[in-house]
Design a protein around this ligand. Sequence first.
Ligand code: AP5
Length: 234
Amino acid sequence: MAVATDDRAAGGGRAGTRLAVILLGPPGSGKGTQAQRIAERFGMPHLSTGDMFRENVGRGTELGRKAKPLMERGELVPDEIVLAMVEERVSRPDCDRGFVFDGFPRTLPQAEALKLICARQSFHPTVVLHMVIERGALVRRLTGRRICKAGGHIYNVYDRPPKRDGLCDVDDSKLIHRADDTEAVIGDRLTAYDRQTRPLVDYYRAQGVLTDVDAMGAPDAITQAVFGILAEKS
Ligand code: AP5
């Protein structure tokens, strides 16, 4: 049964529906860009494991100290560290009506663990949006990306520049260039994606919960497509 997305955002929606949305795709495919918009429209939190790790690195926590060297090399953080962090996060009250995951799960053990978490906490249905993009577009997107330090708003110096150089249009905060958005590290991140994360496409396709999204178009066109898919599934 389709539910009007505006009703959901206003607190409505089918009784018992707690949507678990997963954005799956290589680095730079637009997961974060679309996850922000879905979260806003559907009134669910945007959960980025990458952002959680970067926040811990910034605060110098033990978790951050473990994650930092791995992230700098473009490698994945071990599953047990990721899973403890995720389970705690989805048990918070703001996830009561569901969540949008960006960058998780990234390995088969993470996907299996998420399945158990969803079953235990009655999140249903799971919707996996697979961002399909040509490899050649990724390096330009990633090297050009700038992110607002305060609110996480995403820009691109080539295709979506801020109105004022180095400053966020929304909240005036400073824009940063991620340490792993260099050509050398991007290659290793793509290798990690191919080896460890790409198998999840077949895993979720076999379960009938995955929808391919053409991620080569303009951000607004992709958002319209994604909203349409979610309105049907919720
Ligand atoms: P993470 O932060 O998750 O990075 P990622 O997966 O590499 O993805 P990105 O954030 O780089 O890209 P995106 O797809 O979100 O693209 P975006 O929307 O920003 O992970 C970083 C690291 O943390 C990992 O390497 C790992 O070490 C660790 N980690 C995180 N989660 C983990 C886990 N579960 N397990 C283990 N380790 C984990 O867009 C990119 C750019 O393109 C932007 O400039 C944007 O403006 C532009 N853009 C977006 N859409 C379009 C479009 N349609 N057209 C043109 N430009 C566009």
